[in-house]
Design a protein around this ligand. Structure first.
Ligand SMILES: NC(=O)c1ccc[n+]([C@@H]2O[C@H](COP(=O)([O-])OP(=O)(O)OC[C@H]3O[C@@H](n4cnc5c(N)ncnc54)[C@H](OP(=O)(O)O)[C@@H]3O)[C@@H](O)[C@H]2O)c1
Length: 278
């Protein structure tokens, strides 16, 4: 095993045991790179602590400071709005050489580094929820003090629950809008497809199978066609005067693509606002 990504000596503390912490932890445990005894989860919610103990056999605590003191690496996994309080409460509890991984949307690395001693390094990550089934897309950007080894170490952990894409800090808000929030856009499309299928008399279960298979297959087809754009592939299933053309005409008349672009831009703007506010 590569010495840089050998995690057997690590103790990873997750501050905040929410959905995303669970997705990352599930991947780490499934991969076997890190054992449950090397993980800690803190959460203010006792139900979430009980959940992690019962489901994953991970020790939990309501005490962030104590859990940080025991860790070689700390994943900041609370909501962006909760992060300022968490960092303020942790002042004075950091240890030289610790690595901090932030997954908080819209919180800059500079903002986090400003709350930490100079000997603590930061790597910023934007994950997404398909990590729960090992199919996440994780964007990763090193902080100003992070080394290549740090990035490699975090990439190895994240690789357990999806693919890793290396980006710059400056790209993070755009990545947040595209892939961080992205699964919700796809679910939104699938919700509409489900309603449409049921309006046409299909059983809900059958509609679900048709929609999942279609979205999965279309993504796989694009993946297998590196020289084709999504527009090229769409054109190939849109015969003039045919059924698909009838559907696309309705979407075009309603300017759905333009609205979709505006929606992703709104997510980007919100990420920038969060960066200002936190
Ligand atoms: N979910 C996504 O799709 C997604 C995608 C990319 C990035 N992210 C980022 O991932 C982070 C976590 O998101 P999430 O969806 O997992 O959020 P979440 O489900 O709300 O998880 C956060 C957990 O932390 C707990 N908490 C709040 N304050 C705390 C404190 N002071 N100490 C310890 N625990 C505390 C919360 O408890 P309460 O609920 O009682 O407040 C909650 O259980 C966010 O920063 C988000 O920007 C999420």
């Amino acid at each position: 095993m590569n010495i840089h990504t050998d995690s057997t000596a690590d103790t990873l503390t997750f501050i905040g045991g929410g959905n995303m912490a669970e997705a990352l932890i599930r991947g780490l445990l499934a991969q076997g790179r890190i054992a449950a005894r090397q993980l800690r989860v803190t959460d203010i919610n006792p139900d979430r602590r009980a959940f992690f103990e019962e489901t994953y056999g991970i020790s939990t605590s309501p005490d962030n400071a104590q859990a940080v003191a025991e860790a070689t690496a700390v994943v900041l996994a609370v909501k962006p709005q909760q992060l300022a309080t968490v960092l303020r409460d942790l002042a004075g509890h950091w240890t030289e050489g610790q690595l901090v991984v932030s997954i908080a949307a819209g919180v800059t690395t500079a903002r986090i580094e400003a709350e930490l001693p100079a000997t603590v390094r930061v790597v910023r990550v934007m994950p997404n929820t398909p990590a729960l089934v090992g199919r996440g897309v994780h964007a990763i950007a090193p902080g100003t003090r992070a080394t290549a080894d740090d990035t490699e170490r975090v990439a190895a952990w994240l690789g357990a629950s999806g693919q890793v894409v290396h980006v710059t800090e400056a790209q993070m808000d755009a990545v947040t809008a595209v892939s961080g929030s992205g699964p919700a856009y796809v679910f939104y499309l699938m919700e509409a497809m489900q309603a449409a299928a049921e309006s046409l008399g299909l059983e809900p279960r059958m509609a679900r199978d048709l929609i999942i298979g279609t979205v999965d297959g279309a993504a796989a087809l694009w993946q297998a066609s590196p020289d084709q754009s999504a527009a090229d592939l769409r054109a190939r299933v849109t015969s003039k005067g045919g059924t698909t053309a009838a559907a696309i005409a309705v979407l075009d008349n309603a300017h759905v693509q333009q609205h979709w672009v505006q929606a992703v831009q709104a997510a980007h703007q919100r990420a920038q606002e969060l960066a200002q506010a936190t």
